[in-house]
Design a protein around this ligand. Structure first.
Ligand code: PHE
Ligand code: CO
Length: 298
């Protein structure tokens, strides 16, 4: 972070995770010296496990970018060190946060190429699943692709789009959130050697890394902007449907137009349940639906 954009430190916050410096903006300083041996071991275990799973499963660009950043398994990375590399590559800066931010704050950070990263890491008994995003999900899952110039631009454009959708209203915001969910969090990409993962929610989950690519249960459908923005999703189970892009350029091109008329069109259409396949879909695989929860989607 440049000294100019350095937020002013205002107080110390006492949380159940310890005493953490907080800034006026809700930004916290990564309390790196306070990470315990257990915290570093959790990072090391998760990192080694995911890297092994992701060879041949994650997009080649994700793996390349992660190496280029200098993330290693031995200890939790220092945001300041990653920032030296990231700022030079694409102008993005990581900022520490306590957890999920109010939507508008989140969008404004993205629009200004600041990516909020949760400072704390899950407990050793939460290796396989945690409800909220922690440091591992944010740093391992989201940050590598910010090294990719096209994806880096997509994320900043998304932030600007978020500020706009927030002003338009809750329905527009919901449409935009679905786009984030099915691309940034749970997106698949078609590469020369086959389907690969790029969504952070998948790459940071050992179970879903395998499920998203290899299970017969989910649908895998070609990306279509308005189709995605109409589709409900699951927050408590593996996705019933994954949407597949051909390239990050495709994502950039599809989302470049002004969404204002898109939101207006979508407002007159029904939402699509998470597991539904439409006649108009480009179906790469129709899921068997095995093991799907039957209660309502988010
Ligand atoms: N083009 C979108 C708009 O006008 C903004 C956007 C860009 C949204 C990229 C998502 C991703 O609102
Ligand atoms: Co996430």
């Amino acid at each position: 972070m440049s000294s100019q954009s350095q937020p002013r430190r205002v107080e110390n916050l006492h949380t159940d995770k310890g005493k953490v410096p907080v800034y006026a903006t809700g930004i916290v300083e990564q309390p790196w010296d306070d990470y315990s041996a257990d915290d570093h071991a959790t990072w090391a275990t998760l990192y080694a496990r995911q890297r092994e799973l992701l060879v041949g499963r994650a997009s080649s660009e994700f793996l390349r970018a992660q190496d280029a950043m200098g993330m290693t398994p031995d200890r939790i990375p220092r945001y300041a060190q990653l920032n030296a590399v990231l700022e030079k590559a694409t102008g993005w800066t990581l900022i520490g946060v306590e957890g999920l931010l109010p939507e508008l704050d989140f969008f404004e950070h993205l629009a200004n190429r600041r990516f909020p990263v949760t400072w704390w890491i899950r407990r050793p008994d939460q290796l396989d699943y945690i409800e909220e995003p922690d440091l591992f999900h944010d740093l391992f899952g989201h940050v590598p692709l910010l090294m990719n110039p096209v994806f880096a631009d997509y994320m900043a454009a998304y932030g600007r789009g978020g500020v706009k959708a927030h002003a338009i209203g809750p329905d527009a915001l919901q449409n935009l959130t679905r786009l984030y969910w099915y691309t940034v969090e749970f997106g698949l990409i078609r590469e020369a050697d086959g389907l690969r993962i790029y969504g952070s929610g998948i790459v940071s989950s050992s179970g879903e890394s395998v499920h998203a690519l290899e299970s017969a249960a989910p649908n895998r459908i070609g990306f279509d902007l308005e189709r995605v923005m109409r589709t409900r999703y699951r927050i408590d189970s593996y996705q019933k449907t994954y949407f597949v892009i051909d390239s990050f350029e495709q994502l950039m091109d599809a989302t470049r137009p002004d969404f204002t008329p898109v939101y207006a069109r979508l407002a007159m259409q029904e939402a699509i349940p998470a597991g539904t396949v439409l006649e108009t879909d480009t179906v790469l695989q129709r899921g068997t639906g095995e093991g799907w929860p039957t209660d309502a989607d988010a």
